[in-house]
Design a protein around this ligand. Structure first.
Ligand SMILES: Nc1nc2c(ncn2[C@@H]2O[C@H](COP(=O)(O)OP(=O)(O)OP(=O)(O)O)[C@@H](O)[C@H]2O)c(=O)[nH]1
Length: 147
């Protein structure tokens, strides 16, 4: 079971840089509108802003192309979305917040799974480094005792 708190950044750059919840959040959903090429071009901008706020940590995120119900007005192809997601090494979904089509639940499950995977990896790194510190301390003590 995972308890999620979802916050909307309202899309303003200054808000993303300023707001504490961006620093606090563990995972992000970057959303563009498939009928608006400009919103797709902004994805990189938002990714870079998140990188800036979260550094030195890597940003955990998924890419979501919204408004798939408006396929007749599409300006961004599915292939373009997939290509960007591959370049950014994140999961990609198309969906419609309006009709619910596309796999919105799966997108959020995947984001949760990715957050957990990264936590596990970071936990292992932390544990390994603390074991190293304990070993070094014991070695120091033994060296002192024997000298
Ligand atoms: N057809 C369709 N319209 C949508 C969909 N999602 C949102 N909209 C419409 O798009 C408009 C903008 O939606 P918002 O939820 O305000 O978008 P936003 O990105 O949060 O906007 P900001 O508040 O500026 O950040 C509204 O008129 C929504 O009804 C969708 O999946 N399909």
């Amino acid at each position: 079971m995972v308890a999620m708190e979802l916050l909307d950044t309202a899309g303003q750059e200054e808000a993303i840089q300023r707001e504490g919840h961006v620093r606090w959040a563990e995972g992000f959903v970057i959303v563009y509108d498939i009928t608006d090429k400009g919103s797709f071009e902004d994805v990189l901008l938002y990714k870079n802003l998140l990188d800036e706020v979260k550094k030195p940590k890597n940003v955990t995120f998924i890419l979501l192309g919204n408004k798939s119900d408006l396929d007749h007005c599409r300006q961004v192809s599915t292939a373009e979305g997939e290509k960007l997601a591959t370049d950014l090494a994140c999961a990609f979904y198309e969906c419609s917040a309006c009709t619910g089509e596309g796999n919105i639940s799966e997108a959020f499950y995947e984001l949760c799974r990715e957050v957990r995977r990264r936590r596990m990896v970071q936990g292992k790194t932390r544990r390994r480094s603390s074991t190293t510190h304990v070993k070094q301390a014991i070695n120091k003590m033994l060296t002192k005792i024997s000298s």
